[in-house]
Design a protein around this ligand. Structure first.
Ligand code: CMP
Length: 139
């Protein structure tokens, strides 16, 4: 079993599709073992995406991620990291496969509806960025 971090981003919250997205995780045998809605501060968004700080889209990404509330969750299951990335689809919705979250709900490469950890090591770092151990309910 693995755990991975998922973020439903401000664009998808605005489109009112939280439930539709969470349902896709459950349909694919991923359990939601922690969840909360929050509004990132600029400082939090800058820290979370620090790895992209030299990219031309960094400031715009931080602005977008602080533009409204997000829903963060921890998903648990077999190969949760890669399974979640499959369910999400390609970063750019134009390249995302049919039936993926980004194909169905993303607006653009930046406003791409969801984030998912890209490795098990990053999943651990990202989960601890948002959740204390006592807020995670493995079952
Ligand atoms: P995410 O999976 O959260 O990881 C980094 C985010 O940066 C990505 O989803 C997009 O929201 C954003 N992003 C990645 N590439 C680009 C790009 N070329 N232009 C604008 N935003 C991007």
């Amino acid at each position: 079993m693995e755990q991975t971090l998922s973020i439903i981003k401000p664009d998808a919250i605005e489109k009112n599709v939280i439930g539709k997205i969470l349902k896709r995780f459950e349909k694919n045998n991923l359990k939601i073992i922690a969840a909360k809605m929050l509004h990132l501060t600029k400082d939090q968004a800058q820290k979370f995406y620090l790895v992209h700080k030299d990219k031309p889209f960094y400031n715009s990404l931080v602005d977008f991620m602080t533009s409204g509330p997000i829903l963060v969750s921890v998903l648990d299951g077999d190969n949760a990291v890669s399974k979640n990335r499959e369910i999400m689809g390609a970063t750019n919705p134009e390249n995302a496969d049919e039936g993926t979250i980004r194909k169905d709900f993303a607006t653009s490469i930046e406003k791409n509806a969801v984030h998912g950890s890209d490795s098990l090591d990053n999943a651990k770092i990202e989960i601890s960025f948002f959740f204390k151990e006592l807020e995670i309910f493995s079952r």
